[in-house]
Design a protein around this ligand. Structure first.
Ligand code: ZN
Length: 142
């Protein structure tokens, strides 16, 4: 599946202290009517939660290491699932020893401070559908 987009708006956002990282990214995109985008963020979290997809069981397992973290890298995308904005992002977070953890971003990451860049993609609809082979919601052919 390949779709072509052109560059839309670039939005730079400071996310509010205490917000849930994933919920806030989705809320910003809904407010700004972003329907397809590439996103990146850095910052710090007062709590961390992420998931890992078990390919055999086809289920997500979640991890919630204690402590506060730097967001070393967050990258992902925005598309639609059943008409609603959905953010798919992966996060790498570092602890006070410089160790990195990471995985699929889920709710439960609390923003201490975060800087988000949204690179909007202008073009065709970018929607997700359930893929029976992987069990994941993947981008649809059309
Ligand atoms: Zn993922």
């Amino acid at each position: 599946m390949i779709k072509e987009f052109s560059k839309g708006r670039t939005l730079v956002c400071r996310l509010p202290h205490g917000a849930d990282l994933l919920a806030e990214i989705q809320a910003v995109c809904e407010r700004e009517n972003i329907r397809a985008a590439w996103i990146q963020a850095i910052g710090a979290l007062s709590s961390l939660r992420f998931a890992f997809y078990d390919q055999r069981e086809k289920t997500y397992g979640e991890k919630e290491p204690a402590g506060s973290y730097e967001i070393l890298s967050l990258s992902g995308n925005i598309s639609l699932k059943d008409g609603a904005v959905i953010c798919h992002a992966h996060i790498v977070a570092g602890d006070d020893e410089g160790r990195a953890f990471g995985g699929h971003l889920v709710r439960g990451c609390t923003v201490f401070a975060a800087e988000l860049v949204i690179n909007e993609l202008a073009g065709p609809a970018l929607s997700r559908v359930k893929d029976e082979v992987t069990g994941l919601n993947l981008w649809a052919e059309n």
